[in-house]
Design a protein around this ligand. Structure first.
Ligand code: TXA
Ligand code: MG
Length: 307
């Protein structure tokens, strides 16, 4: 069973030593917990796919300690991607850029692009900086299931297969990072998240050239592995708009139409609680599709489409 470890100096040392041996660990980030391995060690990266039960064609995000570390992983980085890295990192934003030759094609699922993120969680930062190499990490849930936002969630899901989960408390954001494809002339959102379209626009606006931001997140899934069946609890979810009247027949009602920060932070814990309580059907009140409501609706729609 995995040990939940306090992220003091000894805990960080334990985690870094495990990574050095090619092991995978549970790592807190500000979005969700990651299942992290040395991104430069293919043996270690293979363990990530095996533990998660994820097909090797689904690429992983590489996590770096400092925005400058992007340079070693990428080539031909567009000027707007550099602006985003400078202005939004560290934070819940993943940039898809052209991969340099040094990036393992196992991490990219054979693609010549790579997804990179510089997390703002202090524990993630300390582990990556102390380790001195980038970490490949998907969310630390079994493939297709609800993402983990606490160390306990990770231990419950993957505890039999990993030795260490660093405890960084509950994730502040609670939703996976916003993913943007920066390889074209126009930036495209592949997965909505806490960094909203408005925030992306604002980060680019005072640059020399105003970039158009295209929201591709509602179209065909461009980020491989973003299946409609992801994020699903066992319970069947019935979605409703705010103000819609319905007969819940006594089933639990999860209302996500209030404060968006709170809604995002509590989303996955609430979906997990449905499974713990063996709930068969629950009703969900969606937030309006503005700001982080776009990302919340994306995850809830996927969660409702079941397995
Ligand atoms: O917040 C997050 O992003 C969390 C934490 C741990 O950092 N990680 C996370 O990883 O959500 P994961 O593996 O659950 O989702 C990664 C997504 C997948 O949908 C994958 O298809 C996409 O990133 N992705 C990775 N590399 C890509 C690439 N080269 N091109 C397009 N999409 C890519
Ligand atoms: Mg995931």
């Amino acid at each position: 069973m995995a040990r939940i470890v306090r992220p003091d100096e000894a805990g960080i040392r334990l985690a870094v030593d495990a990574l050095g041996r090619g092991d995978v660990i549970g790592l807190p980030t500000e979005t969700v917990y990651g299942l992290a391995a040395d991104a430069t060690n293919d043996q270690a990266v293979r363990k990530v796919f095996a533990v998660k039960g994820r097909p090797e064609s689904h690429p992983l995000i590489i996590h770096i300690a400092r925005p400058e570390d992007l340079a070693a992983l990428a080539v031909d980085v567009s000027s707007y991607a550099k602006d985003l890295a400078r202005r939004v990192w560290p934070g819940p934003l993943t940039l898809v850029v052209r991969a340099s030759a040094s990036v393992s094609r196992l991490v990219t699922g054979g693609r010549d692009t790579v997804a990179v993120r510089c997390p703002s969680h202090p524990v993630a930062h300390r582990v990556i900086a102390t380790f001195g190499k980038p970490l490949a990490a998907p969310s630390a849930n079994r493939f297709g299931r609800v993402s983990p936002t606490s160390a306990r969630h990770v231990a419950e899901d993957l505890g039999d297969d990993i030795d260490i989960v660093l405890d960084g408390g509950e994730c502040e954001v609670g939703l996976e990072s916003t993913i943007v494809d920066c390889t074209g002339d126009v930036l495209e959102v592949l997965r909505p998240g806490a960094v909203t379209l408005d925030a992306l626009q604002a980060a680019l606006e005072d640059g020399a050239r105003r970039q158009r931001v295209e929201d591709g997140s509602s179209g065909e899934a461009r980020a491989p592995g973003m299946l409609a069946s992801h994020y699903a609890p066992r319970a069947r979810l019935v979605l409703h708009e705010v103000g819609e009247s319905f007969d819940g027949k006594g089933a639990p009602i999860l209302d996500f139409s209030g404060d968006q920060t709170d809604a995002a932070r509590s989303l996955y814990a609430r979906l997990r609680a449905l499974d713990t309580d063996r709930v068969a059907v629950a009703h969900v009140i969606l937030p309006p599709p503005v700001g982080m409501g776009v990302a919340l609706r994306d995850r809830l729609t996927k969660a409702a489409s079941g397995r």
